[in-house]
Design a protein around this ligand. Structure first.
Ligand code: 5AD
Ligand code: SF4
Length: 475
């Protein structure tokens, strides 16, 4: 499952020569895959002369790329649409047109319902049909209200433009690359198999070509994305069936790729070849997001996770044996139907046993159409809230402990962007923590050696201990 973070992305795109300039405002909710998709959609629209804006009032087209993973996310979209309706009316009074589109998992799940509940919406488009967005938008401009949520027979990646060099440069030195979409696991709480559809892996050649383009545009770190990324499989150049471990090894050979990451993984798909990649590949960052959701075997079974707590712990042990420096991150759900106090305590025990560097925890929220929604024994909201508070206190303590253990260590940092203070840059540690360090703006994109001097609540502070190595050596 892809990690959810509240993200807002607007993508700078340049218009074609001679095309009328229209402005698009894209707001992205949810996971990194939505961020990736928003960028691809912006790139596709730029071919029709659309330029991205981060000023909502200027937009001729407002596109919400939505997330449906939990209840509040969809409700937030509906209230945002209410606000946009007012803006649309206001603009209409001034004689200016503003179209509104809804993309992403809420679009897929709700379809026509969005047109019914939100009369200002002109266009609804599901994640499998993004390549049809420019065409759909043209039709919407003629006054048609459009719903595109059928699963297309053609491969959207064959039609969506690859990351554009100029645009990627302005997007930074790290990039996402979707390698797999959809999920066949059917965890009983989760909407992803319904909104993103069956599991599909992109072919090796397409992925390598995209990685090469990213590197050419100055990207140094690539994060491979998939709802179930370690279920990725494909046929390699050697005609063998490849898994994610093989793909990572191949990507490690692409000149200029300095760092690789992947997210999100399912414990059932952590095979030996992938674990071996963690042992042997210096470019594969020692960080793994490996959601477990619960530490109770009874609840894991009811969630259809298809592994026990002991199996998860044994897997963690194997991965840590291969890469002792590995930091683990996880997702947790409290208050799944039927969860007792004893079940919840099993989760706390598992967390104690693993010691997470980072974690995301949620109250169970009923998703219509999922098997979990049919279960009796739903846990009262106040019980969920108390359990979440206890779990988060423990996870926060572990996260802080991990950050504090970094103080004094000498580590590599990839410098990403200007910091808050002049003369400072922010980079990322191998374990994904933001690191503040004094450095020149010209060093963005360099990997430098630093010593960690202090751990703040959300980031680390460091001093440089070595001038950057030549790019050719770090690449
Ligand atoms: N309720 C609460 N949390 C959920 N997640 C997925 N579905 C639900 C749900 N119905 C959480 C899982 C997943 C993360 C992205 O969101 O922990 O790993
Ligand atoms: Fe992840 Fe399970 Fe949802 Fe698939 S069904 S995306 S494995 S949580």
């Amino acid at each position: 499952m892809t990690q959810e973070t509240a993200l807002l992305s607007t993508s700078p795109v340049t218009g074609e020569m001679n095309a009328p300039v229209r402005k698009v405002f894209v707001k992205t909710y949810g996971c990194q895959m939505n961020v990736y998709d928003s960028d691809r959609m912006s790139d596709a629209l730029s071919r029709d002369g659309y330029v991205a804006t981060d000023v909502l009032e200027e937009a001729d087209f407002v596109l919400l790329n939505t997330c449906h993973i939990r209840e509040k996310a969809a409700e937030k979209v509906y209230s945002e649409l209410g606000r946009l309706r007012e803006l649309k009316k206001e603009k209409a009074r001034e004689g200016r047109e503003m179209l509104i589109g809804v993309a992403g998992c809420v679009a897929q799940a709700e379809g026509n319902e969005i047109l019914r509940r939100a009369p200002a919406v002109d266009l609804v488009i599901g994640p499998q049909t993004y390549h049809r967005l420019p065409e759909a938008l043209k039709r919407a401009r003629t006054g048609e209200r459009i719903v595109e949520t059928e699963y297309a027979i053609e491969d959207k990646f064959d039609y969506l433009p690859a990351p554009d060099k100029a645009k990627t440069r302005s997007r930074g030195v790290t990039a996402f690359l979707t390698v797999q979409e959809g999920c066949d696991k059917f965890c009983t709480f989760c909407v992803v198999p319904y909104t993103r559809g069956a599991e599909v892996s992109r072919p090796v050649a397409q992925i390598i070509a995209e990685a090469e383009k990213l590197v050419e545009a100055g990207v140094r770190e690539i994060t491979l994305l998939g709802q179930n990324v370690n279920a990725w499989h494909g046929v390699g150049a050697d005609e063998r069936e490849w898994g994610l471990g093989d793909l990572l090894r191949r990507l490690g050979e692409v000149e200029g790729v300095a760092r690789l990451r992947y997210t999100t993984s399912h414990p059932r798909d952590m095979d030996d070849s992938l674990i071996e990649a963690h042992r042997s590949m210096a470019k594969l960052m020692p960080y793994l997001h490996l959601p477990v959701q619960s530490g109770s075997d009874r609840i894991l079974k009811a969630m259809n996770r298809r592994h026990t707590a002991a199996e998860y712990l044994a897997l963690v042990e194997r991965i840590r044996t291969a890469q002792p420096d590995l930091a683990l991150s996880g997702d947790f759900i409290v208050g799944f139907p039927g969860e007792t106090e004893a079940d919840f305590e099993d989760t706390l025990r598992l967390v104690e046993a693993v010691n997470y560097a980072q974690a995301f925890s949620f109250k169970y929220s009923t998703r219509p159409g999922t098997p979990g929604a049919e279960l009796k024994d739903q846990v009262p909201e106040d019980v969920k809230a108390k359990r979440l508070e206890r779990l988060q206190a423990l996870l926060t303590k572990q996260q802080r402990g991990f950050a504090e253990a970094c103080v004094g260590r000498e580590i590599d940092v990839l410098l990403e962007k200007p910091g808050r203070l002049p003369g400072q840059l922010v980079g990322r540690s191998p374990w994904l923590q933001p690191v503040n360090v004094d450095a020149k703006a010209s060093q963005i994109g360099d990997i430098i050696k630093v010593r960690i001097t202090k751990a703040g609540p959300n980031s680390l502070f460091a001093e440089m201990i070595e001038e950057p190595r030549a790019r050719s050596l770090t690449a």
